[in-house]
Design a protein around this ligand. Structure first.
Ligand code: SAH
Ligand code: SF4
Length: 378
């Protein structure tokens, strides 16, 4: 199509443009088939967006000018809007992304020796209401769409300098930010497709972890669909206690959850499931709890990650004492279980697990009122 004929095309004002950030290779192939282009264009576009950091179609030098113009008419490359970026003294970076209606989600980058982990969100808020979680306390607002899930990775990847080895800063992605990824199953699986694609981020299944509070049917489905690493928020060794801490347990009790976990693990030879266990003082942190937990997980492909509770305003729980956490871990090891304790990172910027939503609303409110003032004075 010449520039001249493009001008004569009827205006496409009514049809919203398609954001290509969250499109998988298969979806892009369909899209290109629809405009009479070859399937290999899908890979070119993935590479331009996710590896070559293009923001405009006119940068895409290996596409004809006519195709670039055509893409301009129907598609965009739009990243989520950043509200704020904060850097912790320990190198952790936290971004707050606008997600409409005065809401926001957070993404956290955690640099460590030899790797960089990006912790991303899958929902605005969460419906599952775990007793110790700030996101749960916020309630559920909506699912993030695929553009918004992948957009967190795209933004961070474009922003972070490569490592001294020349490798990208992000080596691992964990779905441990706001929301329950398996309650937004469809969009999370599409996002995983893009994170795994060699033409986009090329991350291996081992380096992507989906963390779930235990939606059993979705665990089964995920195992068949894409078998990435799985982390399960167990937090209690008995149904009686877990019913209180993780209410989804009333629907999917521990025995069913663990059965689904072992089936998931069996689909991937020699791969462990990580069980997250938040350490709440005098609630779930006794040696007897450790014994019970070990009895559930012993001789299984399981490792335990103890997470010191991160307090937030309006919540009554307290973090277990360091000595209690050490004893709990020792006890698990005594039973032969692999167990680690998560280091709390980004404390000074509220980037720790479960705190993400803490001050989000206030920040969004401040930012929106600043924006209003700027418009008023402009
Ligand atoms: N919804 C998913 C993933 C997001 S939460 C899930 O629940 O697994 C990621 C991890 O942070 C979960 O293990 C969750 O239980 C834990 N978490 C939530 N609130 C926390 C808090 N206040 N302190 C420590 N860990 C917390
Ligand atoms: Fe939702 Fe996970 Fe928080 Fe539970 S811990 S409320 S599942 S985000």
């Amino acid at each position: 199509m010449s520039d001249e004929s493009a001008k004569m095309m009827p205006a496409k004002r009514d049809k919203p443009k398609i954001n290509l950030i969250g499109r998988t290779e298969a979806q892009l192939q369909d899209f290109f088939a629809g405009i009479g282009e070859k399937p290999f264009r899908a890979r070119q576009i993935l590479q331009w967006i996710h590896q070559r950091n293009a923001t405009r179609f006119d940068e895409m030098s290996d596409l004809s000018k006519a195709l670039r113009n055509q893409l301009d008419q129907v598609a965009i490359i739009a990243l989520p809007e950043v509200i704020s970026e904060q850097k912790s003294s320990d190198g952790t970076i936290k971004w707050l992304f606008e997600s409409g209606a005065g809401q926001a989600v957070e993404t956290v980058f955690i640099p460590e020796l030899g790797r960089g982990t990006l912790c991303i969100s899958s929902q605005v808020g969460c419906a599952l209401d775990c007793a110790f979680c700030a996101t749960g306390a916020q309630g559920f607002n909506r699912n993030l769409n695929v553009d918004e899930i992948v957009g967190q990775v795209t933004h961070a990847n474009r922003h972070l300098p490569r490592r001294p080895t020349g490798d990208p800063a992000i080596s691992n992605v964990v779905f441990m930010g706001m929301g329950e990824p398996l309650a937004n199953y469809r969009n999370v699986v599409l996002a995983l497709d893009i994170l795994l694609s060699d033409y986009a981020y090329g991350l291996s299944k081992r380096r992507i972890t989906v963390s779930t509070s235990g939606i059993v049917p979705q665990i089964e489905k995920l195992g068949d669909a894409c078998n990435v690493s799985l982390a399960v928020s167990l937090h209690a060794p008995s149904d009686e206690l877990r019913d209180k801490l993780v209410p989804i347990n009333r629907m999917h009790p521990i025995a069913d959850l663990l059965e689904a976990c072992w089936r998931y693990a069996a689909k991937r030879a020699n791969r462990f499931i990580t069980f997250e266990y938040v350490m709440l003082r005098d609630i779930n942190d006794s040696v007897e709890h450790a014994d019970e937990l070990a009895a559930l997980l012993k001789d299984r492909p399981a490792k335990v990650n103890l997470i010191p509770f991160n307090p937030f305003i309006g919540n009554e729980y307290e973090r277990s004492r360091p000595e209690t956490i050490r004893n709990f871990q020792k006890r698990l090891r005594h039973h032969g279980l692999v167990s680690t304790t998560r280091k709390t990172r980004g404390d000074d910027i509220d980037a720790a697990c479960g705190q993400l939503a803490g001050k989000v609303r206030d920040k969004v409110r401040v930012r929106l009122s600043e924006k209003k003032q700027r418009t008023a004075t402009a």
